[in-house]
Each structure stands twice: as structure tokens, then as C-alpha cells.
Design a protein around this ligand. Sequence first.
Ligand SMILES: C[S@@+](CC[C@H](N)C(=O)[O-])C[C@H]1O[C@@H](n2cnc3c(N)ncnc32)[C@H](O)[C@@H]1O
Length: 784
Amino acid sequence: MACTKCASLGSGPAFLQPVQSTRPRPASSLGQPPVQGDMSSVAAPAAATASATASAVLAVAGAVSLGAASGRRRAAKLPKVVRLQGAQNMPSPTLEINYYELDAVEAPRILSAIRLAIKMASPIVKESTSPEERLLKLLSEPSVQSLLTTVSRLPVFSKEMALAFKEPFLFFLFSTCVMVALVPQHSQTFRPVEACDQDGLPSCVVRVLRVKGRERPNGKCFARVSNCSSTYTAPIPLRHVGAWLMASPDSRLVLALFSNALPPIVSGYEGDEGGQRDLAILLEPGTWEQTAGALLLARIEFGEFLRVLTQTPNHAKNIKHLNDQLPAEVKAEYLRNADYLETADAHAVYPTSIYRQCDGFTLATKDASTIEAVMSTTLTTTIKIARKVLEPSNHLLYNIYKPLGRCVAVVDDKVDAIYGKELDAYFAGHGIEFKKIVSSGNEADKDIRDVERILIAPPEDRFVVTPTDLMITTLTKTQDTAAVGEVVRMLDGVDGMVVKYSTQPSEALRNVSVQTAKTNPNWAEMEKKGATSKLLEAGRDGESFCNLGFCFHFADYSCPLLIDSFYSTCLASSSCHKHAEGQLLQLLVKFGRVKKVLDIGTFTGYSSLAMAEALPEEPLTTWLGSCRHDARLDGSAVLVAGHQVGLDGRVVTLERQEEAAKMAAENWASSPHVGKIESRVGEAQALLQELASQGESFDLVFLDVDKPGYFALYQTLMETGLLRVGGLLAVDNTMYKGEELTGERLSVNGEGARALNAGLLADDRVLQVMLPLRDGLTLAFRQH
Ligand SMILES: C[S@@+](CC[C@H](N)C(=O)[O-])C[C@H]1O[C@@H](n2cnc3c(N)ncnc32)[C@H](O)[C@@H]1O
């Protein structure tokens, strides 16, 4: 996500984006030996159990050569180290791993971002306003916001990160606090943090802090949690910490970070010499003298500020409330980052396995001139040798998968040829949902990324809602999973970009999306499984989904999501394409200075609300007659019979299903724009006649109902003048899942869309363009 406010620093992804194809191999395969020296436990043998322990050891100190973004690797031989206090009980790493592409991080830009943010933030923290006001101002300061976003995305153990953190990493802590404080409502879409210590601190956070800092003399925080276990699956790259933290809206965390958990490097302002020393040793030799003054000053200023901020009795509550007080665009920016963090590595937010455990600790030479942050990831695999496991009477697999509810298996095609049928029969016989993803590959292709590639959108999990879905489904039928994975990512990337770089929807609209998904009768059941993202998808084969006796069109709320355990829900996030379409409608309303909108097909009220939000606010005047337009040419309002008859912007929305109309009304109820919406229930054709007989006409008509009726409704709109000359018609789903692209027989909906497309083409009263937005959105301007 690009920070629009501080473009000069570059966007987060631009310099943090993982580079799939050039990832570094695990350090051991790069010829780096395991850590040497006095870390006796480091060389401890792997546990005799079937568990593999791996650790990433990346340098953090001035004495160790820190490679730049070009990918220079640190010296293979490390100086002797001793464990720091508190590290004695940590597990012992045996080999190095490096899951993430650290070389893409541009340390110099991060450093300049830090400098800029310090410069801009410094006068703010010294202001005489209340600490909360200052914090609010800080969070809204573009350079600070940009830095927080950036920092939240950094892989923690990279050498570049270490380089970046040669300056105080108050900002890291700050960013984590900020995220927690900022996004409680967002956090509801994340799973709660599972492993917490007694203080409610997610253990992963503690681990990161423990790695980066040290136990404080008062023993708080780090010491207490040293033996808590985590069920998190990923190693702990810092860029994910924000996402983890967001999972815990607990303001105690903010408190803990502010008051207790600050490692000496930050909290040393109270006269803690350790902090100053740490800071000194993290700087390049010689730069300390030049930089120390400014940094120390910043540290003191921020330290003092934090102290004041956390002194008042209500500070926890106050900090939490800042979320609501932030300017909308600032808040949206933070939320966008939250979305990014979620999608950047879903594993960090949504653990997928209980068999991987992360840990970390800090090692240092006695004089602290060399510090190493060591992180270990323990992968535990149980291997059982068993025979005849696929015989129905054998309960081995049953006992594992029955409690889990289902089994997703990536099966080699050679294995499938031999055991495929037996596998299917076994799970079917035991009533266990079984998803078999058959893939062809060699041994070398079986690393975690290949598994990811295979799991991404297997054909049976992807509903065809848009032409993109169709292409992806077609692609994934081939056997070359690696190439398919790349293309799928690109295709999804196009849609993702549309959403990412379009203005983000209001909270009210996000909520409508959630409500929409919840109308699915399977919602509750899926929610239990944590698989609700699927419910934003269309029904498997069709565009309609029957519930409460009437049909809903879930296709319109589709997200290009991956299978649920992989990328979880995008509820309330901006990833739903419907949002981009909503933004387009809003843009059209604003650009066309539209006052009267006809929304044909209400459903849960998303499009109605989107357009209502964009309509002007001023009270008015009248809807009546042609004088309305003449009068507004000179900007004046027209009063009919001297009284006001409504708001200067109105959406009339039509829906055949009473229940849907009711649900939409509930969804709009809390919006300040509700007064602009008028809902009518009935068949669209009949309602159009009624509106025409009342002399209505509209500047903008959005047509989004059953496709077989499209052309007839279009004709009525034109013949009755409901779409006024100079007005615009927007029609959804005109590409209808790309059915025409298949060359196969069209469905009735596909036929309906084609009839309208052909009708528009033949009608010279309109000038139209089909936009490949989602499932095709056609804009037709009525010129005669
Ligand atoms: C695709 S949904 C509309 C979604 C809505 N425009 C939005 O973007 O949020 C279509 C809705 O139109 C309704 N509908 C379908 N055919 C209709 C018709 N002929 N007359 C009135 N309503 C109709 C359906 O009940 C459904 O609720």
C-alpha cells in the first residue's frame, strides 16, 4: 500500500514486497555454517523426537558486517557470544533458516523515514496540549504514519532491519501501540490471539520484544513470559507483529508497551545507562558522537512524552478512543496497512498448524559489542509407520481428521493413480469432507511455497463469479502448478490493484458487506470453522442463492479469496471487488453532480448506500419538473410553493423481495445518509411504470437485477424517460462471468446480459462503454 501522504518515502510494498522467484535459500544451503563459538547450546543436537528445530540467526550488531539491500551476507564466522540474562531456558537452534526475502528491504530509505519522522514529531511531543492531543497529532503526521506503516512491515531479523534500528526503535514499539490503539473494530475480523501470558500479552509479541530488548531490572514483562508457549506458525518477522497485535485490542497491551515493556534502548531515558550503551553500540563506530545528541534528545523527548501520556488514570481508555478521533483519511490509511499486513502473510495472522513453534532470544558478547538476535522455529512432525491405513476398518486417519471436520490433502499424481480411489472411498465412507488436490511435482518442488502455490485457489474451491475466476479455473486445470500459481497471482493481482488503489469504502459500506455475507444460511456453521470468507463467494453454480425463501446474489460480493484456511476472511476489509464498484458509482454521482438516482435491485442495500453517500447534503427544494435543472444552471435552489420538500439528493431503490428491502433498511439505519434513500418493493417493471406515471426521471440509473429482465427494463427506462436525456445508465454483470469467452452455450443470465449488450450497441440514443471491472460494468450515456 502506498502512503499517499508521504510518497517520497516510497510505498511499503515497493521496498518490502517479497520477491517470490528470488528468495534466498535456507542459510544452511547457502553454505553458512551453524553458529559457532561459545554458544554451547547452539550446537546441541536436534531433539531425539521427530522434531526438527531450525533457527534464523541474523546479525544485529555494529561489529558484524551488515550487508546492504544488495544481498551481501554476513560473515560466516561469528564472534564468541554468551547468552544474555533471561536466555538460559531458550531452546537451542541447530541450523539456520531464512523464510523471507530480506534483501528487498531498503534500509537507507527506512533510515531516512525514521529521521524525517523524528524531525517532524519532535516539535509535536513538546507542545503544551494534552498528551492525547499530541498523540493524535503524531499519528496524523504523514511522516510518522508512513514510518509506522513501513516499520510494521519489516522482517524483524534481517540485517537491513538491524541497520534501520541503529536509531531508536521507539517507533517500532510506537507502531505496535498505535495499531492496537487504532484498530479495535478491525480486530474483530481477526481471530483472537490464542497464546497470552498472564498479563494478556500475546506471546509472539513478547518474544519479539524479548529478542530485541532485554529483561528490565524490575523483572516485568519479559521475565514473566519466558516460558509461555506459542502456537504461532510463522517465524516472527516484524512486519507481522502489527497484524498480531491487531488481534489484541486489549489496551493493557498498550499500557504494557508504554510503561513496562520498553527495552532499555528506549526506556533508558530515566537514567538507565544500559539504554544509552545499547544505542551506542548499535551505531556505526564514529557515528555515535555525531548522532547521539539528536537521538538522545529524541529519546528523552519521546520518553517524557510517553511518561506523561501514561500518567493519567484514564490514559488506557483515552488512547483507545483516539481511534475514533483520528481524521477519516488517516484512519483509513492505517486500516489499509492492517489489510496489507493481513494479506502479506496470512500465516502470521491465521495460524494453520499447531506443529510449528517459534522462539527467539538475544545473544551478546560480554562487552556487548556484538549482539545477535537468534530466532528458532521448531517444526514438529509426527511420522507413524502404519499399514493398510486406507482400509475402512482402520481408524488411524479417522481419529485425526474426524475431529477436525475435514481433510485437505495435496496428493502427488503418481500416488493418486495408485491410491486415489481408495483415499476417496475412505473419507467418504467415514463421512469426512475430503478435498484432494492432485499435483504433479518432483521432490525438489515440495517446499512450503510450492504447497502454497498448489493450495491457492484450487479449481474446486474457486467459484466462478467473474471472467478472472473463469480464467483462473481454466488455468488451474492444467498440471503445471508452478506456472499456474504465478499466473493466478498475477490475475488476482490485477483485481487486487483495482481495489487497493481505489478510494476505500466507508465503514458503513464495509458493514453492509458483512451483513450481506451473513445472509448466507451456512454462515453460522462456516463461522464456527473460521471459514466465512467463502460465504462472500457466489453459490457454486449459479448466481442466486436461496435463503428465507428468496434468492440472493452472492456473486456480487465475491472476493478473489483463497481457500479459507489460507487467506481468511476479507469481511469488512477493502478486498471485496464490490467496493471498487461502489467507489465508481460514488465517483459518477459526484462527477456528474447527480441529484436523483434510481437503483434497480436493492438486495442488502450496498449500492444504494454507496450512491447516497456521494449525493449532496444540502437541504432543498424540489424534485419536481424540468425547472429543477434550469434553476440549477445558475447555482440557485428552487423552492416550490415556498417550502422545502426533501434533501438535495435522493436514491429510489427497487426490490422485489420484502425481506431484502427490510434488511437493507436495517443496514442503512445507522448511516447519516439514510434520509436520502427511498425504498420501494415490487417487481422492477411495475415499479418503473409507477415511477414514470409520477413524472419521475433520474440522472443516474444503476441496473443490477436478474439478467434475463435487463433488456426489457432498459427499454422501459428509455421509453418512459425515467433515464433522462443527459443521464447515465450503469449496468452490472454485463460480462456475466465471461461466459461468452468460453464459446459454450450461455446460461439464461448470460443470455440476458448479451441481449442487453447487443441492444445497447444497436441503440444510437446511447453512447456506451463496457468496463472490465469485476463482472463487467457498462456505462451508457443517454445522448438523445
Ligand atoms: C444483485 S442484487 C442487487 C445488489 C445491489 N445492487 C448492490 O449492489 O448492493 C439483485 C437484487 O435484485 C432483486 N431482483 C432481481 N430481479 C428483480 C426484479 N425483476 N424486480 C425487482 N427486484 C429484483 C433480487 O431480489 C436481489 O435482491
